[in-house]
Design a protein around this ligand. Structure first.
Ligand code: 7RM
Length: 658
């Protein structure tokens, strides 16, 4: 197992602090005690189908009822709520229009230069209908994949909901990815249209997006794409290709504000979202309509114990799963007020987040440990300038949170009174799997605590057997759940192999494993230890070491590259690349710069190595495999321990050390 994680065994074993839920919160909460949680958990475990069947009937609106809760006859391919017809866009909008919620604020958007837009549920419904009709007008229909390459503007959420409304699956590509990365995803998904913007604002700068789309589509690279819809955001001049490119404000504005939601089969595709794995190109994770809707709806309700007057803010980008599930679908499905922020804290405005909390009276705040650690570093004097007494609940997601950052978050941001929900989940799981429930679960700093009802999580050895208390192992889920991914787009074999065949217990059952190590303590609390595969978690963003290596070797000067993660105080992990050069090429400062920007162009700025070490050779086994274990130790300045006898050439190690 790799040791690249923030929670070292030593620090979490010493962790003895326990914070019980506040009496006030528990008295009002839906799940108001550990007993209630336990009862639900046992109920779900005893009879999964009755539990989820009842929940689906109660929590979602259906055009037609489902006839079967779960079909698990051909594992690992699950089918949930078959026979049912529903639509997530109508569950997020239409169902709130009958009563007082119609005029409640659904979305508050704060732009980077300080512009604000608000939409009530009625207004959002109208905008989504208009956009849905515009999509129809350009020939997009049920089953057509629409790619989104957007800044954090309301139109990103509107476009997602519009796609869902007409049954066109979306494929959101994070706006920070490069034209190359966008092209790969457009080709893999055979996207029919791209929705983008002229550009977006990021940390006081305007970043072009439309020109990257042009580049991705250049030389007829993506023949499936027939239309590009462009939102005006930065007012930069862009080139528009006649017959292919349309302005959003011209096409959408004149559309009808009514568009009947398409009745979708429960298992119809809702979206594809690409995520990094340990091998090959990023995988297109497929989620379907009803199961994903139920999962994001219910987990949002449970974890944040959402109330009618909450103002909820998740700081993620809609380009990641956290934005999909917990900026857009989960909150809107529950009729909550969700906040979307285009910007990020930056040196010119270090208090940006706290100002927003004060300004909008945010009650629930959900962010990533990497952000918390950055704030911690600049000290409490910044947040102390703001009134954040509106906050009642805090959340974290994306990577393990170290107990020090957890305590700081609780004391400085939460004023010592707000519970913290540390939520463990993945793109593949659709929504949260392991998390405290704020009215029920006592928390321990650094632990994601207990699995949600219906989540049969465990920590196991390589045979699939549970390990003992406090022993490290693989984090797995033993039973299917409604929000689970259904397949890898275009590659069911890869789905089976990557997630369900790594561990095959002797009883033949299928258990889900997606790359994390963990341990369970004496109270059954989960402590996530980080990835055990070749995936690096940089500031909560997943990157495959292979992806970065491929990008490096595509540079003409590079002969071979090996990429590993090194623990980093701020980012969780930093990217370290070991590179050997082609004959006659010499290492230099300018080549180093060149390689970093090359990786930026191939994948995106988040993938640029923090450190590149030029080396004459890489440590390999006799069969030619790069020994990453050795490189990981070297990168983090640790002693190279363990067996090095399989090294083909021991002098390589000595030279690398020097
Ligand atoms: C939601 C998201 C998934 C990977 C996952 C973990 C890590 C996420 C936590 C966490 C410890 C957490 N999706 N991870 N949440 N590790 N504690 N609360 O991040 O697909 O982009 O990444 O992130 O390693 O496997 S993701």
């Amino acid at each position: 197992m790799s040791s690249d994680n923030t929670n070292t065994i030593e620090s979490v074993l010493q962790e003895e602090r326990i914070f019980p839920p506040s009496v006030d919160l528990a008295s009002k909460a839906r799940i108001n005690s550990l007993d209630t949680y336990q009862r639900m958990f046992n109920e779900a475990n005893r009879d999964l189908e009755t539990f989820w069947g009842e929940a689906a009937r109660k929590e979602l609106q259906w055009f037609e009822p489902f006839s079967k809760v779960l079909d698990w006859t051909t594992p690992p391919f699950a089918r949930w709520f078959e026979g049912g017809k529903t639509n997530i866009s109508s569950n997020c909008l239409d169902r709130h229009l009958d009563g007082p919620r119609a005029d409640k604020t659904a979305l508050i958007w704060e732009g980077e230069p300080g512009d604000v837009r608000r939409f009530t549920y009625r207004e959002l419904h109208q905008e989504v209908c208009r956009a849905a009709n515009a999509l129809k007008a350009i020939g997009i229909g049920k089953g057509d994949l629409v790619a989104l390459y957007m800044p954090m503007v309301p139109e990103a959420a509107i476009a997602m909901l519009a796609c869902a409304r007409i049954g066109a699956p979306h494929s959101v590509v994070f706006g920070g990815f490069s034209a190359e990365a966008l092209r790969d995803r457009l080709i893999d998904g055979e996207a029919k249209a791209v929705i983008t913007a002229d550009g977006g604002f990021r940390k006081d700068k305007a970043i072009p997006l439309k020109s990257a789309v042009d580049q991705a589509l250049g030389e007829s690279a993506c023949p499936s794409v027939t239309t590009v819809l462009v939102v005006k955001r930065t007012n930069e001049s862009v080139s528009m290709e006649a017959g292919r490119d349309y302005w959003w404000h011209e096409l959408v504005a004149n559309q009808n504000t009514d568009c009947v939601a398409e009745p979708m089969d429960s298992e119809d595709r809702l979206f594809v979202l690409y995520t990094s794995g340990s091998t090959g190109k990023p995988k297109g994770v497929v989620h379907t309509t009803a199961g994903y809707n139920l999962w994001t709806h219910l987990t949002f309700q449970w974890i944040f114990d959402i109330r009618e007057d909450d103002v909820y803010w998740c700081t993620a980008d809609v380009g990641w799963i956290t934005g999909h599930s917990y900026i857009v679908y989960g909150p809107l499905s529950n009729g909550a007020t969700t906040v979307m922020y285009e910007g990020a804290p930056r040196p010119s405005n270090p208090g940006a987040f706290w100002e927003l909390i004060q300004k909008h009276g945010i009650t629930i705040f959900y962010t990533a440990p990497t952000a918390i650690r950055a704030f911690m570093k600049s000290g409490r004097s910044v947040p102390d300038n703001y009134d954040m007494t509106s906050l009642r609940l805090l959340g974290t997601v994306g990577e393990p949170i170290n107990p020090e950052a957890w305590m700081w978050y609780r004391e400085v941001i939460g004023g010592g009174r707000c519970p913290i929900v540390d939520t463990w989940w993945q793109t593949e799981t659709g929504g949260v799997m392991i998390s405290p429930l704020p009215g029920a679960t006592p928390t321990k700093p650094g632990s994601a605590t207990l699995p949600l009802p219906g989540v049969d999580a465990d920590v196991v050895d390589s045979e699939g057997n549970s390990v003992s208390v406090d022993e490290g192992g693989y984090l797995v889920v033993r039973k299917p759940w409604p929000g689970m991914m259904r397949t890898v787009h275009g590659n069911p074999k890869r789905f089976r192999e990557s997630y369900w065949e790594f561990l095959r217990p002797s009883d033949g059952s299928f258990i889900y494993f997606a790359g994390d190590g963990a341990r369970k303590d004496v109270d059954g609390y989960f402590w996530i230890m980080g990835r055990v595969d070749d995936v690096i978690n940089v500031s909560g963003h997943r990157l495959g070491t292979m992806e970065v290596e491929s990008a490096l070797v595509s540079h003409p000067a590079v002969s071979e590259a090996a990429v590993v993660g090194r623990p980093d105080d701020l980012k969780g992990e930093a990217i370290v690349a070991f590179v050997t050069l082609e004959n006659k090429r010499v290492a230099s400062e300018s080549l180093l710069k060149d390689l970093r920007s090359h990786v930026g162009q191939e994948i995106g700025p988040i993938a640029r190595p923090d450190e590149i070490r030029f080396s004459e050779a890489l440590p390999k086994t006799r069969s030619g495999k790069i020994m990453r274990r050795i490189l990981r130790a070297l990168a983090s300045g640790e002693e190279v321990s363990g067996d090095t006898s399989t090294l083909e050439d021991r002098s390589v190690l000595d030279r690398l050390r020097a």
